[in-house]
Design a binder for this molecule. Structure first.
Ligand code: NAD
Ligand code: MG
Length: 395
């Protein structure tokens, strides 16, 4: 019998983490869990630890670690907590690391995982957005394999001939358009967090769901594709495809358009990364192509979704602006989910902060320079939100 693959999951209690464990639970003969890391969902992490018996579990919220220690005191499971807990989880040797912490918080653990994991299955897009070139260099340096787990990038990876880049005309990222595709900007004024996190096709965490509604998600995915496939931004197009059946496409010089299709179920790309270079059956839903569906495609309206235009500027600058774009976006989404700003303010804040960034004397000369920029932008963004809240705008 083949040896079991060793798996670490960073962000095991999230949507991607749970889907991954769902596949692993159905295949106990194929996988062993090395480490699981979570932010603060202690009850679910405890349940997962009991079921999968990892070597180590990590919780970022250190106030919750006592609950884990008490409940697991008769086991050999090591428990770590605090800011660096996920980095400790990523320090154990493993075959595959599922990088599925949401946001910039995933960057340090993912960079550490590159040193210790043969394969990085990357769901977290924010870390590539902020540190794409550093991450890609580190992957080469440690001879790790980077497998995109984001459904669009996973689709491209499956049909992308990286050995003959000259044959590739462009990448086409498909986008469902989110829950408000048919609404005018005027109708977006009073959107509630509950409405924004209800995606028509995919079931995902809160942050990426809101990002899908503003198309910030697709903007981040353009930057992600730029790094993963070494393509300039003018060779990455976005196409609205409300059915989320074609997950993305690659156009070749002979006119061939290669696509990957599937049900909108993240268990397909997750299984691809777990089984790579083989394939495996999954517990996920399958696409029934005989059940004929109408597939629609049309270009996005960048007036309606202005972040799709702004992102081109962000890529061209390529150093500070991606960090600013991401940090402002993370803060804005969090403030929206807390009910502190309106839905349209998310975009306003990102635009304001990208404009503001050109006045700051920041420099990015090495990887470590990214962190103070991220921190500073978060502080300024919050200050702006507070100031405007008592004034005009940012409702
Ligand atoms: P989620 O909010 O459901 O889960 C996030 C996970 O990160 C949780 O386990 C949480 O405990 C953990 N976490 C949060 N903050 C943390 C911190 N400070 N330190 C350590 N752990 C922390 O998010 P998700 O939908 O699973 O998405 C995860 C990542 O994958 C995101 O970057 C998202 O863009 C990307 N992604 C998700 C999907 C999807 O279908 N959900 C698809 C493509 C890409
Ligand atoms: Mg995606």
């Amino acid at each position: 019998m083949a040896e079991k693959k060793k798996i670490t999951i960073l962000g095991s209690t999230g949507s991607i983490g749970k889907n991954t464990l769902d596949i692993i639970a159905a295949n106990p003969d194929k996988f062993d869990i090395v480490a699981l890391s979570a932010g603060s969902n202690v009850n679910l992490l405890l349940e997962q630890a009991k079921l999968f018996k990892p070597k180590l579990i990590a919780i970022a919220n250190s106030g919750k670690s006592k609950i884990l220690k008490d409940a697991l005191k008769n086991t050999k499971i090591e428990i770590v907590s605090g800011n660096m807990a996920a980095v400790e989880a990523a320090s154990l040797h493993t075959d595959v690391t599922i990088s599925a912490i949401v946001g910039f918080a995933g960057l340090k653990p993912t960079m550490r995982a590159i040193e210790n994991s043969k394969i990085i299955a990357l769901a977290n897009k924010e870390c590539l957005v902020c540190a794409g070139s550093y991450m890609m260099n580190k992957i080469k340096q440690f001879k790790a394999e980077l497998l995109p787990l984001d459904s669009e990038h996973n689709a491209i990876f499956q049909v992308f001939d990286s050995s003959k880049l000259e044959n590739i005309v462009r990448i086409i990222l498909t986008a469902s358009g989110g829950p408000f595709l048919k609404k005018t900007r005027d109708e977006l004024k009073n959107i509630t967090p509950k409405q924004a996190i209800t995606h028509p096709n995919w079931s995902m965490g809160a942050k990426i769901s809101v990002d899908s509604a503003t198309m910030m998600n697709k903007a981040l995915e353009i930057i992600e594709a730029h790094h993963l496939f070494n393509m300039s931004s003018d060779k990455i197009d976005v196409l609205i495809h409300p059915q989320s059946t074609i997950h993305s496409m690659v156009e070749y010089i002979d006119g061939s358009l290669l696509a990957q299709l599937g049900a909108p179920d993240m268990r397909t790309p997750i299984a691809y990364t777990l089984a790579w270079p083989n394939r495996m059956n999954t517990t996920g839903s399958k696409l029934d192509i005989s059940n004929y569906m109408n597939l629609e495609f049309y270009p996005p309206n960048t007036k309606r979704f202005p972040l799709l235009k702004l992102v081109r500027e962000v890529i061209d600058e390529g150093k500070i602006l991606p960090v600013v774009f991401n940090a402002a976006g993370e803060v804005a989404v969090y403030e929206f989910l807390q009910g502190n700003i309106s839905f349209l303010d998310i975009e306003n804040i990102i635009f304001d902060m990208v404009e503001h960034a050109s006045n700051i004397k920041f420099k990015v000369n090495e990887f470590e320079d990214i962190f103070p920029i991220d921190e500073e932008i978060r502080i300024i963004t919050l200050e702006k939100i507070k100031k405007h809240a008592t004034n005009i705008g940012y409702s």
